[in-house]
Structure formats: structure tokens, C-alpha cells
Design a protein. Structure first.
Length: 120
């Protein structure tokens, strides 16, 4: 999928909590997922992660009993400040999504899309 197709993918806002880790030996950490699409997501974290790092993202989605785990690559990062706490925001692209997981994502995106308030 091209960068242009990724940018056109419908993103839905999220307040879900997700687990992520920066490698198979790294500990899972809990954070807030800001939004997601069928091709990627945006989340915040307290730690600094480098662009290009491959991570795993695990989260539960409405209508599905099992959590979904997806490999992703960090493509950008932005510093956020909240008083004394420095947070980082990350943009990721999903790197390998099988057909079953893609279907789960598509159904979840549609679920959230119809529940979002319409702009006035």
C-alpha cells in the first residue's frame, strides 16, 4: 500500500488503552491509543522510541473476544509536554496484517465511525 493510500485510510478517534512493546524481549507497556485506521495508528507514551523501530501493538476491539496483536513500525514522533511530564506521540504503520486481522480492524473501524458525533 502506498503512502498516499495510507493517508487516505479512514481514521477513527479512540480512547482505548493498548499494550505495546519495542521488541520480543521488551516488557509490555500500557498506553492510550489516540486514533487508528486499517493501515496504522497514533499513540502516546512516556518513553522515547526511535523512528524505524518495529514494535508490537496489542489491543481489544469491540465485538471481538480476543485481543489483536499487530506488528508496526514507528514512522514519526512528536514531543508533548504536560507540566513536568514529557510524553511522546507516535505515528505507526502496521507492517504485517493477515486477512483475518484486517477484517477485525475493518469491522472495528466501522463500529467506531458510526458512533462518532457528526460535525456541526
Amino acid at each position: 500500500m502506498s503512502d498516499e493510500q495510507r493517508r487516505r485510510a479512514l481514521r477513527v478517534a479512540s480512547t482505548m488503552m493498548v499494550w505495546y512493546r519495542g521488541g520480543p524481549q521488551a516488557a509490555w507497556k500500557l498506553t492510550n491509543l489516540r486514533d487508528f485506521s486499517r493501515t496504522g495508528a497514533r499513540f502516546v507514551a512516556e518513553e522515547s522510541l526511535e523512528a524505524g523501530l518495529v514494535i508490537s501493538l496489542r489491543f481489544g476491539l469491540p465485538l471481538f473476544p480476543q485481543p489483536v496483536e499487530i506488528p508496526a513500525k514507528i514512522v514519526w514522533q512528536k514531543s508533548l509536554y504536560s507540566g513536568r511530564l514529557q510524553m511522546m506521540e507516535y505515528g505507526i504503520i502496521f507492517t504485517s496484517v493477515d486477512g483475518g486481522v484486517q477484517t477485525v480492524l475493518d469491522v472495528a473501524i466501522e463500529h467506531f465511525r458510526v458512533r462518532q458525533p457528526k460535525p456541526s
